[in-house]
Design a protein around this ligand. Structure first.
Ligand SMILES: Cc1cc2nc3c(=O)[nH]c(=O)nc-3n(C[C@H](O)[C@H](O)[C@H](O)COP(=O)(O)OP(=O)(O)OC[C@H]3O[C@@H](n4cnc5c(N)ncnc54)[C@H](O)[C@@H]3O)c2cc1C
Length: 385
């Protein structure tokens, strides 16, 4: 019996579990393979929906479902936090038990390090968790005028276009409320360009200019002064705000830091093509948890899940695993006024943007719904039942 353990039942974890269950359905039926997902939360969240909750585009209860509902029949779900991952002893440790594995896939995502920026937690909002998104909806609907500062603390962070989408949606939202002239919007970013893709940053600059959104580039936030309502940069500049929406600094999950298997920020070093961790043939990491220079995006986690599930299935079948991840990732970018653009990239193709249009907007709205039913991970959970 081969035991496969997946740590994390988020976007990548569910995807890899269901692909594995599909690729190894014969072995699962005959009792030669077991697949276990260990997830600390009771809910699986569709995080792209967090961007839409504050603008009333998606109801909050449309963004999560019980984890067990996401998994194909036969996959075991252990609901609990993994405290330590032992890649040498091939065990994952929870509070009161340990699980042995032959293969492990780590999909623990990212966590937020608010303490890196004094004043950030108490004085700013964001849409990077379910609760933050729900709180932000109240702040925006109660906002009647002043400056809204939107930006990023540091790289890397999830969904690279999300802060840009936020300024576009704010512009659209306050126009519809008829008070756009009373609201100024400032976008700040730590790099000297507005987006980490130099070929498409100018297009975002033009889109912001057209919407009268001010840009403060190269702004590295050092602290937030809640009394003066100012974001302060390491260079000594400041941005006045009445409402600050700031993407918090990201790092790897606590368990990665505690297990000593990540870099200093808790990102797991993996081979960029095989997604294997260091020299461990039987250990993989996918999605936001890795140190790869690719977007931290669900599309990336899903593409990597396919590669890893096929590699593990090959190993179990006694074949040489040959599947390789090519760096593919992409996102639909909401730009307001019922439009969206699309950004795509891979290792040998720098990010390209397909211009905003209405079809992409409807595609995004459709995807919000079909995520639960006809994406690959959802279909696979049904097919093999
Ligand atoms: C506002 C916003 C908008 C976004 N928009 C897009 C978009 O348009 N397109 C796109 O492709 N991506 C988007 N993303 C990014 C996308 O949601 C993530 O990249 C994706 O969820 C990553 O999948 P993952 O499996 O690596 O991590 P996650 O989905 O975050 O899952 C990690 C899981 O691990 C669990 N976990 C962590 N530690 C432990 C532990 N010790 N024990 C057990 N379980 C643990 C967590 O509870 C969580 O369920 C967006 C994200 C945000 C926040």
């Amino acid at each position: 019996m081969k035991s496969i353990v997946i740590v994390g039942g988020g976007s990548g974890g569910v995807s890899v579990a269901n692909h594995l269950a599909y690729n190894l359905r014969g072995e699962m039926r005959s009792g030669n393979v077991s697949i276990t997902v260990v997830e600390g939360s009771k809910s699986h969240y569709y995080q792209p929906g967090f961007l839409e909750i504050p603008f009333g585009m998606l109801e909050k209860d449309e963004t999560y479902r019980p984890v067990e509902k996401m998994l194909a029949r036969g996959i075991k779900l252990v609901n609990g936090m993994v405290k330590k991952i032992d890649l040498v002893g091939k065990k994952v440790h929870l509070d009161n038990r340990a699980i042995d594995y032959d293969f492990i896939v780590i999909a623990t995502g990212a966590s937020y390090n608010y303490d890196a920026v004094p004043g950030l937690r108490e004085n700013t909002e964001n849409m990077y968790s379910f609760q933050n998104a729900v709180d932000l909806e109240k702040k925006i609907s109660g906002f009647n005028g002043g400056n809204i500062a939107v930006g990023v603390s540091s790289l890397p962070y999830k969904c690279t276009p999300a802060p840009l989408e936020t300024v576009f949606l704010l512009d659209d939202y306050f126009r519809k409320r008829g008070i756009r002239d009373r609201v100024s919007i400032t976008y700040f970013f730590p790099l000297p360009i507005s987006f980490p893709g130099k070929d498409i940053a100018p297009a975002f600059d033009r889109m912001m200019k057209k919407r009268n959104i001010e840009e403060r580039l190269g702004f590295n936030i050092k602290s937030v002064d809640g009394a003066k309502k100012e974001l302060v940069s390491s260079g000594g500049d400041s941005i006045k705000y009445d409402l600050a929406i700031v993407v918090p600094p990201h790092r790897g999950a606590q368990v990665i830091l505690d297990s000593g298997i990540g870099d200093q920020d808790g990102w797991i070093p993996v081979d960029k093509f095989t997604l294997q961790i260091d020299s461990h043939d039987n250990a993989y990491a996918i999605g936001d948890s890795t140190n790869l220079m690719v977007s931290k995006a669900g599309s990336v986690a899903d593409a990597q899940a396919i590669v890893v599930s096929e590699r593990i299935a090959s190993s179990i079948h006694g074949d040489e695993p040959v599947q390789r991840y090519d760096g593919t990732g992409g996102a639909l970018v909401l730009t307001g006024s019922k439009k969206a653009a699309m950004v795509n990239s891979s290792y040998d193709r720098p990010p390209v943007m397909l211009e905003e249009n209405e079809s992409f907007y409807w595609l995004k709205l459709i995807y919000n719904r079909v995520y639960w039913t006809v994406t690959e991970k959802a279909v696979l959970s049904e097919v093999i039942q």
